[in-house]
Design a protein around this ligand. Structure first.
Ligand SMILES: Nc1nc2c(ncn2[C@@H]2O[C@H](COP(=O)(O)OP(=O)(O)O)[C@@H](O)[C@H]2O)c(=O)[nH]1
Ligand SMILES: [Mg+2]
Length: 272
């Protein structure tokens, strides 16, 4: 049986959507652009096909195929109600994604009323919302803080903040917001050099917030991101109550395949 799931990534043009998609999948799926004039007009789809055995003790043969589609939406340019509703909500509501990832970089333009509409319709449809401040060093600290304030005030209209951990704010099982630098950042003029930041924390936040089938689809989406699975294995083991000896065995013996070894434990826990 093929299980099909969707992830939607949206936001203004050139804020770092495609770069974030690559950072979360742990491979170069999406084309990114460094030219100011270039933008994607067409909706891009990236498909990930997986054959994973979910190793459920209750059944001997439940090898499932997962097909995950990541929708890289064209950058919202006009932010009119028509445009937003046409380009984003349509695929969001139609595809009923596991997660809607909204990206904005510090100082980038967005209409908060339209963003609110996106958030409201997602939360009402039970679609998990991740609001991400992307390319965090591309603007000043002030504009980054303003963006995070906007995210917080929008999300807290729908759910109270339930946790603020490792620079990720959680809003129950409905949403989170986070800040990332998806690839190394360098600005010679300002003498700034920064490494990748916040990706593991964002992925951990989404992983630990999703449940059931959505969690499974999400795990398959990020299964190739070796650095996430190895860096966060201990925290994941804690959240999903994987016994310490098992977690240690996975860490020591599975090298590149930590995801494959851990995901079945997470899946089992997800349905408890
Ligand atoms: N250093 C750094 N550059 C980024 C980051 N995100 C995006 N960029 C750069 O910003 C430009 C636009 O990114 P892209 O992902 O194509 O934006 P999109 O139009 O929203 O998909 C590219 O040159 C990227 O390399 C980031 O987190 N850190
Ligand atoms: Mg793009």
């Amino acid at each position: 049986m093929v299980q099909e799931s969707n992830i939607v990534v949206c936001g203004s043009a050139r804020v770092g959507k495609s770069t974030l998609i690559n950072a979360l999948c742990g491979k170069e799926l999406a084309k990114t652009s460094n030219s100011l004039s270039s933008k994607t007009d067409q909706m891009e789809k990236y498909m990930l096909n997986r054959d994973y055995i979910s190793s459920n003790e209750a059944s001997n043969s439940n090898e499932s195929q997962y097909s995950i589609t990541i929708w890289d939406t064209p950058g919202i340019e006009s932010w009119t109600k028509e445009h937003v509703q046409e380009h984003i909500s349509r695929i969001m509501l139609k595809s009923n994604p596991v997660c809607m990832i909204y990206c904005a970089s510090p100082g980038s333009f967005a209409r908060l009323d339209q963003l609110e509409w996106i958030i409201e319709s997602s939360i009402k449809s039970n679609i998990y919302c991740a609001l991400v401040c992307t390319n965090k060093y591309s603007g000043g600290k002030q504009s980054r803080e303003q963006l995070l304030k906007d995210f917080h005030s929008l999300l807290s209209r729908y759910r109270p903040m339930t946790k603020n951990e490792n620079n990720v704010k959680y809003y129950g099982d409905a949403a989170l917001c986070a800040t990332v630098n998806s690839i190394p950042f360098e600005d010679e003029d300002r003498g700034v050099e920064k490494g990748v930041e916040g990706i593991n924390e964002l992925l951990f936040g989404i992983t630990s917030s999703l449940k059931g089938d959505k969690l499974i689809a999400w795990c398959h989406t990020i299964a190739d991101n070796e650095s996430f699975w190895s860096a966060m294995a201990n925290q994941l083991a804690e959240v999903y109550k994987i016994a310490r000896p098992i977690a240690e065995e996975v860490l020591q013996n599975h090298g590149k395949d930590i995801a494959k070894a851990l995901i079945p434990f997470i899946i089992r826990a997800a349905f408890k």
